[in-house]
Design a protein around this ligand. Structure first.
Ligand SMILES: [Zn+2]
Length: 165
């Protein structure tokens, strides 16, 4: 039985915590990953990080159209280029922000079978990787907003926050 996960939204302190590294990917981590894949598809997301379901561990899942992947203990080794792209976040519903990030990255992570992987990522997968990696560091897309954007989003963010408690 795969447990059903609830998406935590802006205002929940777990989203601001730095997630802890996973020492070994065992059956409970694999169960969590399966449940995160289900929650990601149910919510029509392209990525989902463990803190977004209330678990402060360095795990995220993604699917940019070529099947589900699981990323554990990610590290970004190299970044290059720069590109603006619109991003949304399941934890901050109805808000979209155009964010400038590197275009290509070299990453290292462990997968759900404890395999160490090094990969060069571009385009949407690179984007999702950086967005989800931010979640593991307690960082959210609104942290990239300009003062003008922050002013514009203030009311919406307050509404999301007030729904949490
Ligand atoms: Zn997000």
């Amino acid at each position: 039985m795969i447990p059903k996960l609830n998406i935590r939204t802006y205002g929940d302190p777990v989203l601001r915590k730095k997630a802890s590294a996973v020492l070994h990917v065992g059956s409970s981590e694999r169960m969590l990953i399966k449940a995160m894949w289900v929650a990601m598809y149910e919510n029509k997301g392209v990525g989902l990080a463990a803190p977004q379901v209330g678990i402060s561990q360095q795990i995220f899942v993604a699917d940019v159209g070529d099947g589900p992947i699981a990323i554990i203990n990610p590290k970004i080794l190299k970044k290059s280029g720069s590109e603006k792209m619109e991003e949304g976040c399941l934890s901050i519903p109805d808000i979209k922000l155009s964010i400038r990030r590197p275009k290509e990255i070299l990453v290292q992570y462990t997968d759900e079978n404890n395999q160490k992987i090094e990969r060069h990522l571009t385009d949407l997968l690179a984007r999702v990787f950086m967005h989800e990696n931010d979640h593991l560091n307690g960082k959210l897309i609104i942290d990239y907003a300009t003062l003008a954007q922050k002013a514009r989003l203030r009311k919406k963010l307050l509404d999301i926050k007030n729904k949490v408690h």
